[in-house]
Design a binder for this molecule. Structure first.
Ligand code: URA
Length: 435
């Protein structure tokens, strides 16, 4: 068996055996297959595809390329949530403490922003001192002692994914559904979970804008997850408009802390809907609730009585974050440079278009165009009205938080006003549940 034969077999549309896949993935991760051959293999998969069994097999081999974390308990099962990314998507900061407070451990390994979508780790780093790169032992300890941990991936977890992803990125072949599936699931299984809920977003602000493509990815993730022994379920959710009242790192942490503190009724309705839907799925799959109705009752209780906020606070404390910022989110980094923007006409406020907001954040210092970019946590957008409000022409709709004084305030205001969408509010953000 050698790399060249395996590349040729996939190039010609053949189905790879377990032995061939294990050989290729483990040898590549060990640096014994040159990058140009690994790229050629990934490119042949991009064009020829994989069977579901091949995808599961590649995922298993990717997991074996590095260390795995031990499971933090069996009843309820440790459970995680993965989102394909959006703008204003702060659901992790709500749902992880909610589910942890409801009794299911939540080990959550997360990523950073790239392109127009935000990154969980960048947001957490708005809290001074928060350690987003704990050792595997410290990560596991935080889950055992505090019920949850949200942090980054150690170098030893799924090294094959780091290699494959960087080569896919360089060769413009990230958009392969089987390879996205193995990339996401390998990291999730390695963190020691037994159940996984997937928030697969569609719409103009999502990684996959087409609903059909998002549905296809969701099907692959659920099916492959189950082949790997996970209890898995996916939700197709609308990412056309900014989720919740803020987009931007420190602003999203502030909104999350305020929401955990003030309870579900004080939370933006769109954010509350997605959080509770995903939380119900997590609690049911983990075995922490018998059905969705029971799960909702438990989640609303721990949200309303402050136990979820205590969970979040406990995690921040364990990770060395500044608790004063959790107790008083007004202490989070804020910019003195703000500009309000206004409704260009009267009408019902449907939402703020996610894509231009995400692009503006990236350009303005709140996100990253390339890995090396340094983020300014203060930069962001804050809504001053709720979705569904009947706006007067000229009414303030939102506030931009800038890194430096605006060069041309009127131009910035006009640009932000063009992000406003008028129309009837959406009935629901959760369109389909798969699995
Ligand atoms: N996110 C991942 O983790 N991997 C991919 O391949 C694409 C998105």
């Amino acid at each position: 068996m050698n790399a060249k034969e395996i590349i040729a077999k996939k190039r010609d549309g053949g189905e790879l055996s377990v032995d061939e896949i294990e050989f290729f993935v483990l040898e590549a991760a060990a640096g014994r297959i040159p990058d140009y051959q690994v790229s050629a293999w990934l490119m042949s998969i991009y064009f020829q595809g994989l069977s579901r069994e091949e995808a599961a097999c590649i995922t298993r081999a990717m997991i074996r390329s590095g260390d795995t974390l031990p499971r933090a308990g069996e009843h309820p099962l440790p459970v995680d949530k993965h989102s394909t990314g959006g703008v204003g998507d702060k659901v992790s900061f709500l749902v992880a403490p909610l589910v942890a407070a409801a009794g299911a451990p939540v080990p959550m390994i997360s990523g950073r922003s790239l392109g127009h979508t935000g990154g969980t780790l960048d947001k957490l780093e708005a809290i001074a001192g928060y350690e987003t790169a704990p050792s595997p032992d410290d990560f596991v300890r935080c889950v055992r002692e505090r019920g949850l941990c949200i942090a980054g991936q150690s170098d030893r977890l799924v090294p094959a994914d780091r290699l494959f992803y960087s080569l896919r990125d360089a060769a413009s072949i990230v958009e392969s559904i089987p390879l996205i599936t193995s990339s996401i699931l390998s990291k999730k299984v390695a963190e020691g979970i037994g159940a996984l809920v997937l928030d697969v977003k569609f719409g103009k602000g999502a990684f996959m804008s087409e609903k059909d493509r998002a549905r296809e990815l969701a099907g692959w993730l659920v099916d492959t997850g189950r082949r790997l022994g996970l209890k898995a379920r996916a939700y197709l959710t609308d990412m056309n408009y900014v989720l919740g009242r803020t987009a931007g790192n420190a602003l999203e942490i502030r909104e999350s802390i305020e929401s955990l503190r003030q309870g579900p009724d004080a939370t933006a309705a769109d954010l509350r809907e997605v959080t509770l839907a995903l939380g119900e799925g997590m609690l049911v799959l983990s075995g922490g609730a018998g059905d969705e109705a029971e799960a909702r009752g438990i989640l609303e209780a721990v949200w309303s009585d402050g136990r979820a906020w205590e969970s979040f606070r406990g995690m921040v404390e364990q990770q060395g974050g500044d608790l004063a910022m959790v107790d008083d989110p007004g202490l989070l980094p804020t910019s003195p440079y703000t500009v309000d923007f206004h409704a260009p006409r009267a009408g019902r406020f449907k939402g703020l278009h996610a894509r231009p907001v995400g692009d503006w954040l990236t350009r303005s210092g709140g996100g990253r165009l390339v890995q090396a970019d340094v983020i300014d946590h203060r930069v962001g957008v804050e809504l001053r009205v709720e979705l569904g409000t009947s706006l007067e022409a000229g009414e303030v709709v939102g506030r931009l938080h800038l890194r430096e004084p605006a060069e041309d305030e009127a131009e910035l205001q006009a640009s932000a006003a063009s992000w406003i969408e008028f129309g009837e509010p959406r009935d629901t953000l959760v369109h389909e549940v798969i699995g």
